[in-house]
Design a protein around this ligand. Structure first.
Ligand code: ATP
Ligand code: MG
Length: 364
């Protein structure tokens, strides 16, 4: 068997800071667990623009296409705000997603027991929550044609089009069912089949994929507005939620906040299976480049560490090792270590990015 390859793109702002902690953890898995990865590192975003004049070179794009998994930090920052749209750091990430055709965005909302009380941050979280929202990422109303602002008589009209093909629905449904089989085997599909044609087709196709290929998975359907209510009322009723681009955008942000902090949230974007059967995948923390704290050693590396745990589970078939890493994070939090984002105004002293990395390694 060839050694699986992992392309690391630290990016900008706190990206490189959190990623250097992940590099240490990857090395640990190599040394202590015999998990060898062919790791390479490259530039993306503003960091790539500074060197190459573009946020993603063709060479980097090719390496990403060839890698078994890509792990990205964050892109962007105020330094690049005035750049032309075509070379903005974010364009690098968009190009990766588009050319790798990463159509399923997996956003776990998981609450660690040690962080069940966030009252010092004036925030309620849901202890014990562990759900994943699968959002369709490359189609729907954000991409459908016609779109634009048009003159209509003596006034203007803004138009976006919600459009889904059967195959687009089918492939994201498959991603959700595959994911559910690695979890609690339950999928809830959300749309608005009561008022939208795309919703009617969505429900029909998801049901068909289920009946034909995933009858073992428990499937339910919900209107997305009712789903939003249920997500607030009783979020633990869900395991995997699959939904379209627009609803997924809203629902995944809402679900994220049930767990507390942006610095804790990993994500994965998944595409079609490669020759080896594993899907193309890009893993990244949900948070951005956090320019306000960049370079100060304050960033919480856990979201990026947990993104690597997702890579272990979904790209490298190392579910047990992913659990080992998640358990180490859990232990460090249970022992009381907190980066600044996890602390309220009063009380404890925060640990730095590097110390958080040290502690996770120790717990491993
Ligand atoms: P983007 O447009 O890239 O999403 P943003 O400004 O919307 O950027 P972030 O860069 O994620 O969002 O920052 C939002 C806030 O959360 C900032 O105050 C930032 O300092 C904080 N934050 C984000 N990530 C972390 C982290 N890993 N550790 C600590 N604080 C963080
Ligand atoms: Mg943002």
């Amino acid at each position: 068997m060839t050694t699986p390859s992992l392309l690391i793109l630290p990016g900008d702002g706190i990206g490189p800071e959190v990623m250097s902690q992940v590099r240490r953890i990857i090395d640990w898995f190599g040394d202590k667990r015999g998990l060898a990865f062919d790791v390479s590192e490259d530039l993306v975003g503003g960091a790539a623009y500074d060197v190459h004049g573009t946020p993603l070179t063709d060479e980097t794009m090719e390496r990403a296409q060839a890698a078994d998994a890509v792990l990205l930090g964050a892109v962007g920052g105020p330094k690049y705000d005035d750049l032309d749209f075509s070379v903005k750091p974010e364009r690098g990430l968009l190009r990766l997603r588009k050319e790798m055709d990463l159509y399923a965005n997996l956003r776990p909302a998981q609450c660690f027991d040690a962080l069940a009380d966030f009252s010092s941050l004036k925030r309620d979280v849901v202890a014990g929550l562990d759900i994943v929202i699968v959002r369709e990422l490359t189609s729907g109303i954000y991409f459908g044609e016609p779109r634009g602002i048009f003159q209509e008589g003596n006034e203007r009209v803004g138009i976006n089009t919600q459009r889904y093909t059967e195959s687009e629905i089918e492939r994201v449904a498959r991603s959700a069912f595959e994911l559910a089989r690695r979890r609690s085997n339950r999928v809830c599909s959300m749309e608005k089949a009561n008022v939208m044609e795309s919703g009617i087709l969505w429900r029909e196709v998801v049901q068909k994929v289920h009946d034909e290929d995933y009858p073992d998975v428990e499937l339910s359907h919900m209107y997305a507005d009712a789903g939003a209510m249920q997500l607030c009322r009783w979020p633990k009723q869900f395991d995997v939620i699959v939904t379209d681009n627009l609803f997924g955008d809203l629902l995944s942000d809402a679900a994220a906040m049930l767990t507390g902090s942006l610095g804790m949230l990993p994500s994965a974007s998944i595409g079609a299976p490669m020759a080896n059967g594993r899907p193309k995948a890009l893993y990244e923390p949900v948070h951005g480049s956090a320019p306000d704290i960049a370079g100060q050693g304050k960033a919480n590396p856990i979201a990026c560490i947990l993104s690597f745990a997702m890579a272990l589970r979904y790209s490298f078939d190392q579910g047990d090792e992913a659990e080992r890493l998640e358990a180490a994070v859990e232990k460090v939090l249970a022992d009381g270590a907190r980066t600044a984002d996890l602390l309220g105004e009063e009380g404890k002293t925060p640990v730095s990015t590097t110390v958080m990395g040290d502690l996770v390694l120790e717990a491993l």
